[in-house]
Structure formats: structure tokens, C-alpha cells
Design a protein around this ligand. Structure first.
Ligand code: ZN
Ligand code: ZN
Length: 294
């Protein structure tokens, strides 16, 4: 059976998030979908996996919904086990930013949209602009746009701390990027509120760019928040480049794991060989403490 994963969001005024959560739960259960959806007064943000047919039915149902029609869904291949369960919640924000919620979707301040094709032209033209990657540090390890500025923060909430590092670019053209675009809706607006004059956001995020131009300007793989951890498009292509490396021996690796000691659970990249040798623990201390505990 073939499985698909979808990634999507929409900023739209949801008058009754609790009701929307119930409706979404019914729809997803009926179609046997698993994944995660956040709904707030400012909109919906979700990622779901299901069979190809059931995902198509979900998209169809969303498109005939008054509130949620017209969403740009991003598709990738699933495994059937990308998510262990279905979680649908009403929250204050559809992406936790601490940068403020937007109850009035129409008055939202956000950067100008740049389509993947337009970015391709920008790159090829050699014009001066700066790609600012708004993702978290561990996402940026496995893949990034060549020459981009990495925010290198542990969490999206820390974006304000990163701002001083790019303040010299206030009058330059800036393009913010993130996985599927939802974080850039806020991050680009936040830059504008802080005096950046020419702020663009990549429409559909890195995901959409990779679908269109696999293994080109975005190097490596895209980090996703499900069991697949990293995804790529046409990675069997010889142009696919591994950019991350084993933190033990330095060999190129895309093997993302969590420390086997539950209390630590650190997320890191380690080659298969070093992983075997380490017993699954990120350092000797974790290995030692874990033994004592068992
Ligand atoms: Zn290694
Ligand atoms: Zn550890």
C-alpha cells in the first residue's frame, strides 16, 4: 500500500476552534489518518499521514469546507508509520512563537510571497539578497540552502535573540525560509516590525522548493517532525549531497537518533557504526547512568 504525508496550514479566522477540533477529529478518524493538527482562532496547521486514497479524500473534504478551502498541501511519501497517533488540539497559536497571535487574519503583517520559481531566478541572476533560515538548529544540521544565514536557535521562540545578528541587513532584500512556510508567516512579519524593509517569505517553504528542484540549491535533507525525521526528493540522484556528519567520527551521515537513556533523549546524528559501538547512548555518562538505573 502506498502512503502519503501532507503538510499544510492556513491563516484564517476560526470563530470556534473547539468545534473545528471536533470536526477535524471526526474526519481524520473516519479516514484512518494519523498525525498532528493545531487549531486556533488564527487558523489551522497540520501534518497527516494516510493511504494515498484517504489523503485525497481528506484534501477533497477540506477543499469543500468554507473555512479551510484553498489550502496549498505539500506531499511527500509516507511509510505507514510516520505518526503513532492522531493528536488534534486547540491552542493559542498555530505555531508557538511568542511573537503574538493574529486574531484578525486580514490585518496580518507578513512578508511578500516569493514562489520557488522566482527564487530559482533570483539565485541564477546573482542578485544581492539574503536567505535567512528560521528553523531550529537541529533542523539546519541535515540540510540548508547554500549560502543561507542560519538562525541557529534551539527553538522558534528564540528568534528575537537572533535578530541582532542580522541587523546590518535591514535595508537589504531578505528571504525567510522554513519547512512548509508557516513559521515564516510570523517570522517575516516580525522582521518587518523590527525595521527590515524588504522582507520576502518562500511560498510553500523549503518543502515546495525541494519538490520542484530536488537536490539543487537546498543541500541535504529536510527535517520533518515525524518518525521519518529526514525526507528528500529523488535522493537516489547522484546530485544528492549529504551535508551532515557523525558527531563521533566525522564521516558523512544522515542517521538521526535519540539517546537511549530516556532522561537525556538527546537528538543527534551518528553513523551506523558508531551507533552500534555506543550502544545507543550519546555519551559514556548516559551509558553509565542508564545501567545504574536498570
Ligand atoms: Zn561515526
Ligand atoms: Zn544522552
Amino acid at each position: 500500500m502506498s502512503f502519503k504525508v501532507i503538510l499544510y496550514y492556513k491563516y484564517v479566522l476560526v470563530a470556534d476552534p473547539i468545534k473545528a477540533v471536533q470536526d477535524q477529529r471526526e474526519l481524520c478518524l473516519r479516514l484512518g489518518l494519523k498525525g498532528r493538527i493545531l487549531i486556533s482562532k488564527e487558523g489551522i496547521n497540520g501534518t497527516l499521514e494516510g493511504t494515498k486514497d484517504n489523503i485525497a479524500k481528506y484534501v477533497e473534504a477540506m477543499n469543500s469546507d468554507e473555512l479551510f478551502s484553498g489550502i496549498h498541501f505539500k506531499y511527500s511519501d509516507g511509510t505507514g508509520a510516520s505518526f503513532l497517533k492522531l493528536s488534534i488540539k486547540a491552542r493559542e497559536e498555530i505555531v508557538t512563537s511568542g511573537l503574538g497571535t493574529e486574531e484578525n487574519a486580514e490585518n496580518r503583517i507578513t512578508g511578500k510571497y516569493l514562489k520557488p520559481e522566482e527564487l530559482k531566478k533570483w539565485i541564477e541572476s546573482g542578485k544581492e539578497f539574503y536567505i535567512v533560515d528560521m528553523r531550529n538548529d537541529y533542523e539546519q544540521k541535515s540540510g540548508y540552502f547554500e549560502g543561507s544565514i542560519l538562525s541557529n536557535v534551539p527553538n522558534f521562540r528564540d528568534i528575537p535573540k537572533f535578530l541582532p545578528k542580522i541587523k546590518h541587513l535591514k535595508d537589504k532584500e531578505i528571504l525567510t525560509v522554513c519547512t512548509g512556510g508557516v513559521r515564516c508567516e510570523k517570522a517575516s512579519g516580525y522582521l518587518m516590525q523590527n525595521g527590515f524593509e524588504n522582507v520576502y517569505q518562500l511560498e510553500g517553504g523549503i518543502h515546495s522548493y525541494m519538490e520542484k528542484y530536488p537536490n539543487e540549491d537546498f543541500k541535504g535533507k529536510l527535517y520533518v517532525f515525524d518518525k521519518r525525521i529526514l525526507i528528500g526528493f529523488n535522493t537516489e540522484d547522484s546530485r544528492h549531497e549529504v551535508v551532515s556528519s557523525c558527531e563521533r567520527c566525522g564521516v558523512k551521515s544522515e542517521n538521526y537518533v535519540n539517546c537511549a537513556y530516556d532522561v537525556c533523549h538527546r537528538h543527534y546524528i551518528i553513523c551506523e557504526e558508531c551507533y552500534k559501538k555506543s550502544g545507543g547512548f550519546c555519551n559514556l555518562k548516559c551509558r553509565f547512568v542508564s545501567r545504574l538505573a536498570s
